[in-house]
Structures are given as C-alpha cells and as structure tokens.
Design a protein around this ligand. Sequence first.
Ligand SMILES: Cc1cc2nc3c(=O)[nH]c(=O)nc-3n(C[C@H](O)[C@H](O)[C@H](O)COP(=O)(O)OP(=O)(O)OC[C@H]3O[C@@H](n4cnc5c(N)ncnc54)[C@H](O)[C@@H]3O)c2cc1C
Length: 379
Amino acid sequence: MHYDYIIVGQGIAGTMLSNALLKHHKKILVVDQSFSSTSLAIGGGMYSPIIFKRFTKAWMVDKLLPQLIRDYTELEQLLNIHFLDKKDILRIFASEQEKKLWQNKCIEEAYWNYLYDEIVEDYSPLIHAPYGYGRVKNAGSVNLHLLLNAFRNYLKLKKLLREERLNYEEIIFEDGEVKWKGVSAKKIIFCEGYYALNNNPFFNDLPFVLAKGELLKAHPLPHTNWLKSPLDFCPPKGREQRQHEIKLPEDYIISSGVNISPIGNDEFIIGSTYSWDDLSFTPTEKGKEELLSKLKKVLNVDIEVTSQFSGIRPTVKDRRPLMGLHPQNASIGIFNGMGTKGVMLAPYFAEHFTNHLLNNADLLPEVYAFRHVKENNKK
Ligand SMILES: Cc1cc2nc3c(=O)[nH]c(=O)nc-3n(C[C@H](O)[C@H](O)[C@H](O)COP(=O)(O)OP(=O)(O)OC[C@H]3O[C@@H](n4cnc5c(N)ncnc54)[C@H](O)[C@@H]3O)c2cc1C
C-alpha cells in the first residue's frame, strides 16, 4: 500500500497534523503505540490568551485562537462529540500592585479582545481573593481524552491506523521513498512528543528541555454555612436552625499559583507542577503535596483527590515548536515541541506545516526545527 505520509504519534500534534493533511485529501497512515501519559494527563487542557506572570499576550495568540476555535469546532462536528469548553478565566490578584498592572493592560487596545476591564470583586465565599479577580475572555479548555480517543476511532474506521511502536531500524529509504513493514510513503513525519529525545536517531540534536508535570483530579467536599436570615438568629420553637450547602462554582477556570479547571459533575483539575530533574513517568507524593499546599492558600474548603496524573512536556529551550524536513533527507519530517501549550499551538501550526509540505510555503523561522543548527553554523 502506498501513502503520501506516515505520521508517527497520535498525541495532539499528530492528531492535528493528520487532520490537516486529510482535509487536503492526502493519504496518510498513522502509527501510534498507545497514548502517552502526557496526553492522558491533561483531560482538560487549558488554553489562555494571557500569560499570567506579567499579564502579557501569549505568543501569536491573535492568529492561534481563531484557528483553534475553527479546527476544534469542525472536529467536534466530524467526530460528533463535545470536547471544547469555552470558559473565561478568573485570575486571583496577589496584590494591589498586580491589580493596577491589570488595569493598565486593559487600557491597551491590543488587550481588549482578551481582558475585561471590570474587576470581579466577589465570586465565591469558598475562594480566598482579597484583592479581587481579573477576568480573561476567549479562554477555555479541550478534553484531550475525548478528542484523541474519538479521532483514534475515526482513523481505525477508515483503516488509517497501525497501533504499534515504530522501530527506527525497520525504516528503509529507497528510490526517494520511505518503506516500513510492507507500506511505502513519500514522507514520514515524527510527532512523538518527548519520546523523540534520546530515541529518534534522525533528530537527536534538537534543543528539548523536557519538563515533567503533575496534576490532580479532585472534588470539593460539601461545605455548609449557617443561613443568615433573621429567622435563623431567632428560630421559632421546634424549628432547627437551617444550614445551606455552598458549592465551588463551575462557571470559570480559576487561576492563581495553581489552575482550578471545572470539568463538570463537581470535579476539578488542579494543575500543574514543573520539574526538570525528575523525568520519571510516575506521579509523586511531592507533586501532590506541592499542589495541595498551593490550593490551600486559595480554597476555603476541603477537597478529596480522586486521581493524580503525570506526564512529560516536550518543551524547547526557546519555547517555540519544532517542525520541518530533515536538511539531509527530505523524506523525514518532524512536528513536535508543543511544550506547555499543545492545545493552542497544534491547530495553527498543523496547518502552517501542512502548507509547507504541500505548497512549499516558507516556515516561520522561529518554528523551524533546525533554527539552532543554523545559528551555530553562522558562528
Ligand atoms: C501535567 C501536564 C499538564 C499540561 N497542561 C496543559 C494544558 O493545560 N494546556 C496545554 O495546551 N498543554 C498542556 N500540557 C502540555 C501538553 O500535554 C503537550 O503540549 C502535548 O501533550 C504534546 O503533544 P504531542 O502530541 O507532541 O506529544 P504526546 O502527547 O506525548 O504524544 C506523542 C504520541 O506519540 C506516540 N509515539 C511516540 N513515539 C512513537 C513511536 N516510535 N511509535 C509509535 N508511537 C509513538 C506516543 O505513544 C504518543 O501517543 C500539559 C502537560 C502536562 C504533563
């Protein structure tokens, strides 16, 4: 069987690249051993147009967001599922100074699409926010479990998926084609996430700085409050003083030292940690403690942790994705380096890279996988 492209890996990068190529009527075969813990770790992968450190706009967000909405909405229709949850973020201000910084950003026209200038003073008695909140619009989350599983089933139905590990030594390059286990293709594109580092012999010199992350799935325990009505202070004879239960609301994603993302049914994803030393795949007690102690500063309610996840982010030194064809062998390509922002970067750059593959359109120099090699050669 002959294909246009073999795509190795079906995380968010491989999924969006496959989708873009299929939309251009290319014949593809996807090879994926099983989902990595990284994809699975983020049931609700957040996207935010704002970087909270200094309230600056995320890189290229004006272009990334419209493509994100377009592609995920189209995929929801194609796969007949709902995985895109558009939801504003409430950022808890850490100080008056931070609030002032926010208010200054709100004046700039470039931020009007992303920040509400009204400060939210009160949201829930269960959240500690003495300086109030800033509200970010055009944010949300994508349920990667749902999306990746549904796209996998779609590929299976169309007989476009091989569920196995691709071993590099089984690849043969012959007559300008790639051959692997009885199939051939014009090109093979690796979308392997962190697996690429130290494993993929064709791309063993890429500037990855992998970062492990952990997160928790949890639900707040019921919290009761005395109802403060005159009757409660002076209840009629025989009438019990009334209580009412307050719930942590699910209207917004809450952001402070941790992000608290509602995923429905009173459940929240609490994330996430960053570790550059421990790159083991397993969740740790240390990670859990770190998240819980940050959470304690924000929530006035006890929570029950129902599960803990960890994964490894394919982060790059300069925080930009990596894509392109191999300078010595144009039959091999890479689409990787989505780092901490796979949900937001993958749709736009899948289209960008597809345009490069099909029409030879220029890649942005910032995302060309061999940008660092070029720099070294210049010296
Ligand atoms: C704790 C945590 C929280 C995160 N939160 C967010 C968030 O809120 N928002 C956000 O946008 N991003 C978030 N991220 C980052 C996001 O998970 C990554 O950007 C994204 O998963 C990268 O996708 P990928 O497809 O490149 O790699 P992966 O998700 O790792 O997928 C790679 C796939 O390739 C397969 N594979 C690899 N090698 C082979 C081979 N040789 N043969 C066959 N199959 C192979 C793997 O099995 C896997 O299925 C988070 C990450 C972590 C760890």
